[in-house]
Ligand binder design. Sequence first.
Ligand code: AMP
Length: 188
Amino acid sequence: MTETHSTEPRGDSGPQAARLVASRVLDVPDFPQPGILFKDLMPLFADGEAFRAVIDEIVAYHGRNAFDVVVGIEARGFVVAAAVAYAAGVGVVPVRKAGKLPRPAYSATYALEYGEATLEVHEDAFTAGHRVLVVDDVLATGGTAEATLDLVERAGGTVTGFTVLLELGFLGARKRLAPRPVHALLTV
Ligand code: AMP
């Protein structure tokens, strides 16, 4: 008997959401540098119906009253975060690259494939015990997410969820972020 492998898109919100994201992502080889296959989600952002469907799914997955604020990671995470926050009727807090925030901020530096990066959040971004949903477009190695989750906690927030539109599963970020749960609409 021949073994068959399903190519059906999969994700934590089921095949329909996974298919939707898969149908609106473009693979760009060798961007921003040779060897990287860039997952471009601009077609999803640009399609009103599809964008609304994924935002509504993120809110439904976590529950409308399960978080007090949404954190978006610069820059594409801002697009998702602002929409989720609006849909849930809560506020949005940006986690920014170094040197962009005007007031005192916590910072976290982490390793990239080449070199390092620093992310920052305002020291007064959260009131103690604020339940925080963190969102980004793509989860790759998990370094960006790990630094962001640490920053939120240092600033007094309680991370209650982390969602990405697309996860590169083979890079093992889920293991790196454990026991913190990851919600990915599409895992490739
Ligand atoms: P990482 O820290 O390795 O998980 O990288 C995650 C961050 O880099 C996210 O903010 C993504 O927007 C971006 N990123 C990393 N790899 C890719 C990729 N292959 N395609 C698109 N964005 C990526």
